[in-house]
Design a protein around this ligand. Structure first.
Ligand SMILES: C[S@@+](CC[C@H](N)C(=O)[O-])C[C@H]1O[C@@H](n2cnc3c(N)ncnc32)[C@H](O)[C@@H]1O
Length: 275
């Protein structure tokens, strides 16, 4: 009998696992399902080439949709704990760069499932962290999900979640000691320029307060130039301490460094002018 065997008559007891938070990845499962289904349909159509050779043309969309589905599936894997936990590591990078002092008031614009809010609250004793999000149909996130996650993680009393648009936050100027945001500004639809979301987030930061924004700032489809982003930060009376590619701060494996995934992601860190 090995030294680790239980005494006769005693069974090993599995550790009791309480409810676990559900943060979900940034990839909508509906997107993955749609591309996998389209690729499968095209493959079936290709098999009809035995009837007419024209059906062989379906190989082209099969390859295209299959490639997209593969990239999406690998991305989900990389974001998950088994594939390196990159979604959690990106949030931890933001928390580290925010360096939130104890007993602060912080805001996360576009808080999704509450993951970053919870991590900030846990990293900074006595701090209160607020999360806002529009929680639209496109995402598998909700206010209830955020509140459940905060309760499970033991920070419900120090977190609050509100449905608001990042385009027009319902908070007075300068009310927060720190403002963070992760992959949200490019999603905000009701603004003339994506950088307007940056200006609005900085509006609610107090003079001397610190901000950390991660977004697709390097993607010209959303931000015509990096100078435009710098100009927006200046317009909001804030300075830039650091502005660089996410991949420089956290080496990204394939396919996360793909331009359609996080290849254009950049982190900007700075401080609101003291006035
Ligand atoms: C890629 S997800 C990122 C979620 C979260 N920041 C994270 O890191 O897990 C983009 C988020 O932007 C939110 N969003 C989209 N438009 C918004 C808006 N106008 N105002 C606030 N949030 C918005 C979505 O609901 C979604 O939660």
């Amino acid at each position: 009998m090995s030294s680790e065997s239980p005494p006769a008559g005693e069974a090993f007891l599995e550790p009791v696992r309480g409810p676990q938070p559900r943060y979900r990845t940034w990839i909508r499962s509906s997107r993955l399902i749609v591309f996998a289904a389209l690729s499968g349909l095209c493959l079936v159509a290709t098999a009809l080439a035995v009837v007419s050779p024209w059906f062989a043309l379906f190989l082209v969309p099969f390859a295209l949709f299959g490639y997209i589905a593969l990239i999406l599936a690998l991305t989900v894997y990389r974001f998950s704990p088994r594939g390196g936990d990159f979604q959690r590591r990106i949030h931890e990078l933001i928390v580290a760069k925010a360096g939130l002092p104890a007993a602060s008031q912080a805001l996360d614009v576009g808080c999704g499932s509450g993951s970053l809010v919870v991590k900030l609250a846990k990293a900074s004793p006595g701090s209160t962290v607020t999360g806002v999000d529009s929680w639209g149909q496109d995402w598998e996130y909700s206010k209830d999900l955020c509140e459940d996650n905060a309760r499970i993680e033991g920070v419900a009393e120090r977190t609050a979640f509100f449905k608001q648009s990042g385009a027009a936050l319902e908070f007075p100027d300068g009310g927060f000691d720190a403002v963070v945001s992760c992959l949200t500004f490019h999603e905000i639809g009701d603004v003339a320029r994506k950088s307007d979301g940056v200006v609005e987030a900085l509006r609610v930061l107090r003079p001397g307060g610190r901000y950390v924004f991660l977004d697709l700032f390097g993607d010209p489809a959303f931000y015509p130039s990096l100078d435009g982003v710098r100009e927006a930060v200046g317009r909001a009376d804030a300075s830039i301490v650091e502005f660089g590619a996410l991949a420089d701060a956290l080496p990204l494996p394939f396919p996360l460094r793909h331009p359609k995934v996080l290849g254009h992601a950049m982190v900007i860190v700075g401080v609101k002018s003291a006035g």
